[in-house]
Design a protein around this ligand. Structure first.
Ligand SMILES: [Zn+2]
Length: 463
């Protein structure tokens, strides 16, 4: 079975055939570290983590690069506003970014290059573009000459004249064309700078991605370039122009873009007071699984609207899974029968088929929930239930779900819970109901819910 991807470049669903299978080279545009990461960033980070995981599951050897933009106008301006050194601002937010990745349960990329650590390669790249006559130097820096690159606009499907309507050249920029973009910006007073053949300055934003993707993936043509829909123009259009002008080869075979996130139908912004950071979310809900389930309920390419109601729906759905797994988990001492069970195999196949089709996670999740419904009905058929539990855990695990609130956040580990329950069972056997009640209360305070059965107690964490 093949995988199909909706390629933003061709605007068609295409069979996924990497250039050198089983290797797959993926580059995704990462964060600019001038502020805390919010749940819109979380969607981008998570969606591409899912794609990376799924391609690995399907047997590909994935090389995954996600950059960190650590020099940029936004960083310089924010540091000025806060009256702190830009390097301190960057350090604070890189630390925050890695803490967020950890609390989301999203792995690091194979490479996480930072712009400021690759300046000399960018300078060489720009020199080569000038030499090929695709770029020119003026007082304010070095610009890419978009009119020289005949395919400019192919990703966003616009002509240069369409893109140009409404834009104008700021007098100080000395550009030949309003769409020309900076490869190198001369530094103004009190701005960070690096020495270059064009004087003191810093790289433009777009150049870092062309340079670092090709450098760290060791390829002129990437298999997949990914990012948010908001980056198509001008950022990705400019990355293509730089890379293809230099190498004469296609920059990326497949372009994948995720849809954007709104909150209650509005754009998320600090001024509207609807800004939800990743750490705020985790503090409130104590589970990244809830956010993940919410993200996967929409196709990655579609917009998604965040609301407390939808998060609550995701929380309830996870609770259903948690109850089921908890119930079956109590039978875990029994041996799982290795034989394949038709309904479970079918659910797994359908799940994979759904994700093969342009990573259709809403459809994939529906297969998992169908299996959960069947299993709830057949809970007393232990062989079926145990095999189903394993399949549910495998498929949700593949999507990066932890399926439990993090022990550190919940304050009590699974082992401690089991020990408390054993202690309580003994107390009940000894008719020491005061102690049994005390332990139950203590567990409840730690977010653990007990369901007493005839012989033993099932438990689950409150999500
Ligand atoms: Zn980029």
């Amino acid at each position: 079975m093949s995988i199909f991807i909706n390629n933003s470049l061709s605007r068609k669903k295409e069979e996924f055939v990497p250039l050198n299978p089983p290797q797959v080279n993926i580059y995704t545009c990462g964060v600019t570290v001038y502020d805390d990461c919010h749940i819109g960033h979380a969607r981008s980070l998570y969606i591409f983590d899912v794609i990376r995981r799924f391609l690995s599951y399907r047997g590909f050897e994935v090389n995954f690069v996600r950059n960190i933009t650590d020099i940029d106008d936004k960083i310089i301006n924010r540091a000025k506003e806060l009256q702190i050194d830009w390097k301190d601002l960057v350090k604070k937010h890189i630390d925050g970014y890695y803490a967020d990745l950890e609390s989301l349960g999203i792995g690091k990329a194979d490479y996480e290059p930072r712009a400021t650590e690759n300046i000399s390669e960018m300078i060489k790249y720009i020199e080569a573009l000038i030499k090929k006559d695709y770029a020119y130097q003026v007082k304010s820096g070095v610009y890419f000459d978009v009119r020289k690159f005949k395919d400019y606009g192919k990703l966003s499907g616009q002509s240069i004249d369409q893109m140009e309507s409404g834009t104008r050249v700021e007098p100080l920029e000395e550009k030949r064309d309003p769409l020309d973009f900076a490869l190198w910006k001369s530094s103004k007073e009190n701005e960070p700078f690096w020495d270059s053949p064009w004087g003191k300055g810093r790289p433009g934003w777009h150049i870092e991605c062309s340079v670092m993707s090709q450098k760290f993936l060791k390829a002129d043509t990437l298999d997949i370039h990914a990012g948010g829909r908001d980056l198509i123009f001008p950022h990705h259009e400019n990355e293509i122009a730089q890379a293809e002008a230099l190498t004469g080869k296609p920059f990326a075979k497949y372009w994948i873009h995720h849809g954007l996130l709104t909150i209650n139908g509005q754009k998320m912004s600090k001024s509207l007071g609807n800004f939800v950071t990743i750490s705020d979310f985790i503090k409130k809900y104590r589970s990244s699984d809830i956010l993940k389930l919410f993200f996967l309920s929409a196709h990655y390419s579609h917009p998604i609207d965040y609301s407390e109601n939808k998060i609550d729906e995701a929380r309830q759905a996870l609770e259903r899974i948690s109850i089921l797994i908890g119930k079956i988990g109590k039978q875990a001492g029994r041996k799982v029968v290795g034989k394949k069970i038709k309904e479970i195999e079918e659910a797994r196949d359908k799940f994979i088929e759904s994700l093969d089709d342009d990573f259709n996670t809403p459809k994939g999740l529906a297969c998992v929930f169908d299996l959960i419904n069947i299993t709830n009905k057949r809970i007393d058929d232990f062989d079926f239930a145990l095999n189903a539990k394993n399949a549910i855990e495998e498929l949700l695990g593949l999507l990066g779900f932890s399926l439990k609130t993090h022990a550190a956040l919940a304050g009590i580990s699974d082992e401690e819970i089991e020990a408390k329950i054993n202690e309580r069972s003994k107390a009940r056997q000894d008719n020491n109901f005061a102690l049994a009640d005390k332990i139950r209360k203590e567990l409840e305070e730690n977010g653990v819910i007990l369901e007493d059965g005839k012989d033993n107690s099932a438990w689950r964490r409150k999500l």
